[in-house]
Structure formats: structure tokens, C-alpha cells
Design a protein around this ligand. Structure first.
Ligand SMILES: *Cc1c(COP(=O)(O)O)cnc(C)c1O
Length: 360
């Protein structure tokens, strides 16, 4: 969080202009700053990331099947199904946890209308290959970039790829507006539609051509974003320190695969620190490690577990989900505490605790 005084200074003008929501001055200021940040023409802000994703999918007018990953948060799959689409689950790569681009084309049918891929833990998908596949088969390409704030691929913002990218500004993310989200959109018509859908489908004072919802970001959330954006660089430095601490502290622990960025072609945002626990190598399971850490007040998260394709709500629908790598990963992954104020000392304590537990 920003300093209390800084936030108070930021919201003071709201008491002068009484603009609480409906795309007021704070909303406009944050939107302008983010356009600059992403070097993007069409950036729209939302009350949260999930509704922005639902709206993006609706605005792209998709139909039939969408090829996607089950190794994600509930939001990505729900956004498809809520739009009446059928998710077709593609496996992921063990190396970077993103959708396996080599397995997508085998899943394309005449009903396929899009690919919805997720940049997992801030590691971008193979965006160039995905663009090629989408182009070749005339599919829309949507990125769930909830984890990828500030990530660049070959010096280009990650949102430069695909038709639409969704960013989440939830409190748990690298950059937040308490709750919030944004779409970076490549096409002007889609952007126009997205804006209307965000506000009940209202296009003009007396014109409501579509069934929209209400997903606007309010001024207090936008003000939080303006404050947090000021400290983004500083937060990245602190997170990078914590990341380095984990890399050193977890070195050589049997049964622990450290998190490593697979490539230097993209910038890092140190959003998460997932480890893979190999029970066969050490006799301690992921769940045991989590329970033991919790006894020491170290709270970790099985993220992503379960796979969205295993959710109760998606059983019995006959969905395609031949995803062994995703299963294997999901059964063994554990995300360690990661935030800007974590500090090297705490990281060292956590690593020490893990080393001790894994010793058995
Ligand atoms: C956080 C998250 C979302 C949802 O964003 P909200 O802002 O919480 O609605 C969607 N997808 C992924 C991968 C996320 O991590």
C-alpha cells in the first residue's frame, strides 16, 4: 500500500469535485498513465479483471469452442463458459507453465473461434508462435495477462501481442487498485464496444444497442492505482531482491525445483515464486510441506490447484482435457510468500524452514 498520507492527498480532490465514479478525473488520469506505460492506444479500466475478461470475450463476438489452458485461475475458464463458449483444454509446458503451442493445432476444429492463453507467474506465453497460429487459422487471440503487469517481450509490452490482453489490479497482484482491471485492446471498434458493455450497453444518452453490465472502476480505486504506479519501479527492485533471496536460499534442497525464468527474451516482474515439490526425490509431499510451513505461520498457496478442468462445475460436460503435464504440475506446485515488503531476512527464514522440513 502507499503511505496513508499519500493516498489521502490523492483523494482530497474528490471532496471538491464530488466525482465518485463514472469515468471521473482520477479514472482518466490513471488511464492516461497506463496508456503511456503500455504504449497502447486503447486502454480501458474496470472494476476487476474478471469482468473485463468477460466483456472482452463478448465484444469479440466469439462462438463455439475456445482453446485454452486449465492451468489458471477460475476466472479464465469461467469467462468463456459465462459467454456460452466451450473451453477446449490444451496442455501446458513443464518448463514455464504456459499453454503448449505445439499442442494447439491438433485441437482446432471448424467450431474453434479463439485461443485464450495465460501468461503464468509473469512468464509470457510464446506470443509470437501463438500469433502465427491464430493468424493461420483465423482465430482471435486473447491473453489473460493478470500476472504479467510490466512484462515486456523483446522490448515490447506484452500487451502488444494478440487482440486483447486482460490485466488484473486485484490487491494480490504486482500492481493494484484494491480491486480493478484493465483491457489493452488493439482494435478501435472492439474498444468502443467494450466501453459500452462496461456501462450497461449504453452508447449514448438514448441509445442502448446491447445488453451490457456494470463494470466501471470508481475514483477511489483509480486514486489507489495512481499512488501505486508511482512506486512500481521501487516495488520491482524489492521483489527482485526477494526473488534473489529465494534463488540462493533454496539452492540444493533435494526435492525442490526452484522457480527459474526460462528465457531472457522478456523482462521479469517477480510476481510469484512457485516451487515444484518432488515427493519421489525426498519423501515429503507438497501438501505436507505446506502444512508444516503453516505451523510456523508461513502461508503458501497451491496455485494453481485444482486445474479448472477438474472443477466440479465442469464435470459431465464432455470437455476435452488431455492435460498430463498440467496435472503433474498442479499436484506439486506451491507458491511461496512474495511481496515487495517481504525482505531478505524473512526470505532466509522461509528457506531455512523449507530446508529443515525437507530433511524429513
Ligand atoms: C487474478 C486473476 C484473474 C482475475 O482477476 P480479478 O481482478 O481478481 O477479477 C484472472 N486470471 C488470473 C490468471 C488471475 O491471476
Amino acid at each position: 500500500m502507499p503511505l496513508y498520507e499519500e493516498y489521502c492527498r490523492e483523494i482530497a480532490s474528490i471532496w471538491d469535485n464530488h466525482y465518485l465514479t463514472n469515468v471521473g478525473p482520477k479514472h482518466q488520469a490513471l488511464q492516461a498513465q497506463l496508456k503511456e506505460f503500455w504504449k497502447a492506444e486503447y486502454v480501458e479500466l474496470f472494476v476487476n479483471g474478471h469482468l473485463s475478461l468477460e466483456i472482452a470475450i463478448k465484444a469479440l463476438e466469439l462462438s463455439g469452442e475456445v482453446i485454452t489452458t486449465p492451468y489458471t485461475f477460475a476466472s479464465s475458464t469461467h469467462a468463456l463458459v459465462a459467454n456460452g463458449l466451450t473451453p477446449v483444454f490444451c496442455d501446458i509446458k513443464a518448463s514455464d507453465f504456459t499453454i503448449d503451442e505445439d499442442k494447439i493445432e491438433a485441437l482446432i476444429t471448424e467450431k474453434t473461434s479463439a485461443i485464450l492463453a495465460v501468461h503464468v507467474y509473469g512468464q509470457p506465453c510464446n506470443v509470437k508462435r501463438l500469433e502465427e497460429i491464430a493468424k493461420k487459422h483465423h482465430l482471435k487471440l486473447i491473453f489473460d495477462a493478470a500476472h504479467a503487469f510490466g512484462v515486456e517481450v523483446d522490448g515490447r509490452p506484452v500487451s502488444d501481442f494478440g487482440d486483447v490482453s486482460m490485466f488484473s489490479f486485484h490487491a494480490t497482484k504486482v500492481f493494484h487498485t484494491i480491486e480493478g482491471g484493465a483491457l489493452v485492446i488493439r482494435d478501435e471498434e472492439v474498444a468502443k464496444k467494450v466501453r459500452a458493455l462496461r456501462n450497461f450497453g449504453i452508447e449514448g444518452p438514448e441509445s442502448v444497442p446491447m445488453v451490457g453490465t456494470n463494470a466501471k472502476m470508481n475514483e477511489f480505486a483509480a486514486a489507489m492505482g495512481i499512488c501505486n504506479l508511482r512506486h512500481h519501479e521501487e516495488n520491482m527492485r524489492k521483489r527482485s531482491d526477494a526473488f534473489a533471496g529465494y534463488s540462493e536460499g533454496l539452492e540444493g534442497i533435494p526435492g525442490i525445483r526452484k522457480f527459474e525464468y526460462v528465457s531472457t527474451d522478456f523482462s521479469r516482474n517477480y510476481a510469484y515464486y512457485p516451487i515444484i515439490v518432488d515427493e519421489k526425490a525426498c519423501g515429503i509431499s507438497r501438501d505436507t510441506l505446506q502444512a508444516e510451513l503453516e505451523k510456523q505461520n508461513i502461508y503458501t498457496r497451491k496455485y494453481f490447484y485444482p486445474l479448472t478442468s477438474d472443477f466440479a462445475c465442469y464435470q459431465g460436460m464432455g470437455l476435452t482435457a488431455d492435460v498430463p503435464v498440467a496435472h503433474n504440475t498442479s499436484d506439486r506446485v506451491l507458491c511461496l510468500p512474495m511481496y515487495a515488503e517481504l525482505g531478505r531476512e524473512t526470505v532466509d527464514e522461509i528457506c531455512g524452514a523449507i530446508r529443515e522440513i525437507m530433511r524429513g
